[in-house]
Design a protein around this ligand. Structure first.
Ligand SMILES: [Zn+2]
Length: 178
């Protein structure tokens, strides 16, 4: 069942833990204050990422369900909150919601260094397994040497496309089962 997939929530929780751990480590080092060697860049990236992810869910949910009310105090519950308040919407809207939740799950995993999440998807063009994450362009590239675009370059896909295909397949299975 779609609502059972808590992976994105788990990953967000891990990201958050990573962030707060960094925060705590800084002052309690036991050594003399070394404020000049601030680990800020990484922390801020993680912090910004969490903020952006939560904001996206809130925005999407409030657009679809303006009376959704306040968000949960525990921000990692944001996905459940969104599902609860948009459960009455048609399949198309629910599919859109699941697609961005799934995409966020991929983003969270990659933010924590697990880029192998992309190879769990077949190439949307040729169906080959073994996509590779290219962080410089933030896209998953196909390893099939014959899978190229008009310019002869390896085809590559944003996470959004992988999420779209993955969730579309799930919804397809669901509707053909009923
Ligand atoms: Zn391909």
């Amino acid at each position: 069942m779609l609502g059972d997939d808590t992976t994105t929530e788990k990953r967000l929780r891990l990201l958050q833990a990573e962030f707060t751990q960094h925060q705590r480590r800084e002052p309690g080092d036991g050594r003399t204050a070394t404020r000049t060697t601030s680990p800020a860049p990484l922390d801020l990236n993680v912090f910004d990422r969490i903020r952006a992810a939560v904001n996206e869910v809130v925005e999407h949910t409030r657009t679809a369900a303006p009376d959704a009310g306040p968000i949960p105090a525990d921000e990692t519950r944001i996905y459940d909150w969104s599902r609860q308040h948009t459960a009455h919407l048609n399949d198309e809207r629910q599919q859109a919601r699941e697609t961005f939740i799934y995409r966020q799950g991929l983003e969270h995993a990659i933010a924590m260094g697990d880029t192998t999440v992309v190879c769990k998807h077949p190439c949307p063009s040729c169906g080959c397994w073994g996509l590779l994450w290219r962080s410089a362009v933030q896209r998953a590239a196909c390893i099939n040497r014959y899978c190229v675009d008009d310019d002869g370059l390896s085809r590559s896909w944003p996470l959004e496309t992988l999420a779209h295909h993955h969730i579309a397949e799930q919804f397809g299975l669901k509707s053909s089962a009923t």
